[in-house]
Design a protein around this ligand. Structure first.
Ligand code: GLA
Length: 366
């Protein structure tokens, strides 16, 4: 493996950004690893491959730094099959029933890669492509800007889609993810970030002791194929009630049809409406380490996924393997299957429009 330190900028206490190039056996396709760092010891590492966030290091309440994002030690491992660790998901995150939808009376068939569904952009979604990356360092933030051109009919989606994802680490410990996209033909879009977190920093321990609050009075119940039925189901008096802090484990084993279908939590919550563009969608706190993560977004939904398919087949960073519920994801997004559900907010993107969206992960201690 070849590591070349290409650039490093650090003026005083500014957040800084480093770049490393890792040669692969593929022609012209080196993996570039970027490291965003601020003076509080928060470090975010990411790749031009899939825009994958490979690690997020934050202090606990005693100042001890640990990595809280699941993934691999060796960046080349991300070239192999894995469950979307840390990746940007698109063109359409989550499921589309039958992989089919229509726009202006024209039918489109996407890859079916999840039972009878299309999932997370298809066989080679945005999580598996190489993005053009550029890094910048400013007074209060360092950032990496990723760009990708998804060609007309790539994975079956119409329109040439130009997409930019910007990761910014601020001096006050917020990791901002900004998405921007435009198309030359009507298409559909639903982008998300698929980081798995374990705020304990110990990937051998389950996240069931994490306390979670989701700003949602309703969630989208799903059918046996994990496709939303269309109904907004009230969370009250169900295991899905995270309207005030509750451990993820509290009702995890409750007898409940929805939990049975998802093998645990794997559902989109309907974020309560707000006057402000950025809404505090969820807060997670880990009492033992004192770590807290807040998630803000302008998207209507957030998928809570509790790592139900992690099955001890992948080697964890610090040795051991990733077992069920050793990580959770909070995937901010539009609603699953929206192209087939007229009552859901639209995911159609027209030529001439610019799609923009933002999600922030704020790290702190308690
Ligand atoms: C999403 C899906 C899950 C699963 C994971 C990755 O969260 O909803 O069902 O596909 O991604 O394994």
């Amino acid at each position: 493996m070849l590591f070349i330190l290409v650039a490093s900028c650090n003026k005083n206490d500014r957040p800084k950004v480093d770049k490393m190039v890792i040669a692969t056996s593929m022609k012209d396709q080196n993996i570039e690893q970027y490291k965003l760092e601020n003076s509080n010891g928060v470090v975010v590492e990411l790749l031009n491959l899939g825009g994958i966030i490979t690690s997020i290091k934050t202090p606990d309440s005693s100042g001890k730094i640990a990595d809280i994002a699941l993934g691999f030690d060796d960046p080349k491992k991300y070239l192999e099959s894995h469950p979307y660790f840390g990746a940007i998901i698109g063109r359409f995150g989550n499921r589309i029933a039958g992989g089919s939808f229509s726009l202006d009376n024209k039918d489109y068939q996407l890859a079916v890669n999840n039972g009878s569904n299309h999932l997370h952009g298809g066989i080679k979604g945005f999580d598996k492509v190489f993005w053009d990356a550029k890094s910048f360092s400013a007074i209060n933030a360092s950032r990496v800007v990723l760009h990708y051109l998804s060609k007309h009919m790539e994975e079956g989606y119409p329109g040439n889609l130009s997409i930019t994802v910007t990761y910014t680490l601020t001096s006050d410990d917020i990791l901002k993810v900004r998405y921007e996209a435009s198309t030359d033909q009507k298409t559909i879009i639903n982008l998300t970030q698929h980081s798995y977190f374990n705020l304990s920093g110990d990937f051998a321990s389950q996240i069931l002791d994490h306390e979670l609050m989701i700003n949602a009075d309703a969630f989208l119940a799903v059918d046996e194929n994990q496709i939303p039925t269309g109904a907004h189901t009230a969370v009250a008096q169900t295991p899905f009630d995270f309207s005030s802090f509750k451990t993820i484990g509290k009702d995890f084993n409750a007898e409940n049809k929805q939990l049975e279908i998802g093998n645990g939590y794997d559902h989109c919550f309907v974020i309560n409406p707000s006057e402000t563009a950025m809404v505090e969608a969820a807060v997670v706190q880990h009492p033992k380490s004192g770590r807290v993560m807040k998630v803000f977004t302008d998207q209507p939904g957030v998928q809570l996924y509790t790592g139900n398919f992690l099955d001890n087949t992948l080697t964890a960073k610090n040795g051991g393997t990733y077992g069920p519920q050793t990580g959770f994801c909070l995937e901010t997004q539009h609603f699953p299957d929206a192209p087939n559900q007229p009552n859901f907010p639209t995911t159609t993107l027209n030529p001439g429009e610019t799609f923009t969206s933002e999600t922030w992960f704020q790290f702190s201690v308690k």
